[in-house]
Write a protein that binds this ligand. Sequence first.
Ligand code: PXL
Length: 276
Amino acid sequence: MSQKKIALINDITGFGRCSVAVMAPVISAMKIQAVAVPTAILSTHTQFPKYFFDDYTSKMRDYIQTYKDLDMSFDAIATGFLGSEEQVDIVIDFIKTFKKNGVFTLVDPVMGDYGRLYETYTPSLCEKMRALVHYADLLTPNLTELCSLTGSDYRDGKLSPAEIENMCKTLAEQGPEHIVVTGIHYSSKQIMNFVYSRGEEPKIVMADRIGGDRSGTGDVISAVIAGMYLNGHDFYESVKKAAEFASKCIEYCVQNNVPEHWGLSVEMYLRDLIED
Ligand code: PXL
């Protein structure tokens, strides 16, 4: 059987373990080939006081054209941080070209956190991200992103499971069959992931809350979910594995005083992702 491939449409950041830098090794450990489609190149991620940032939008079409000319195919497409409305258009075109039968798209609508959108997320870019939801099979928003995508009030994160379920239902009607709302601060000790699959009762995946929030955690989680799902596991199992793996890496970081903006030390546990 030939190896599967995932196209990772995301930024390439040298230091800080986010996006492709952390997703590719995770996916490779799961015996899947990771193919980078860069949206930007950074020296470190944007949580550092200084970083080099090279927007790749103007080059993306030519880059992708070679894959079209070569009749390349992918088994899954995963998208992450997108910097402009034009990039969303390029991503939608990519999905329209490469999402053949049996291919799934995971959209991580990286837009903000703690009830606030990132500075780059203008109202028109938010609107555009809503358009991208229609092309997602799997969607991995945090609570801030869920509220933004559904036009709901964040209310300091104090939303009931019924309200979260309703928002997921609204989004699922637009395209995604499976949604996980990640990193909900449930208590001082626990993080809740709310798993919604169309037509099923929602499920909860709890994880211990260890230390503060770490850069790149969402990227690690969506990479594990994409890889597990592509390897034939159901969505809930995929989310469970992702939460367990992230928690283990975070615990290592806390014990070894790895600074929060250095990302997750996935290198220590990649072996946990290998399946026979
Ligand atoms: O992990 C999200 C992310 C992705 N890409 C870049 C970032 C961040 C978060 O800060 O700065 C460049």
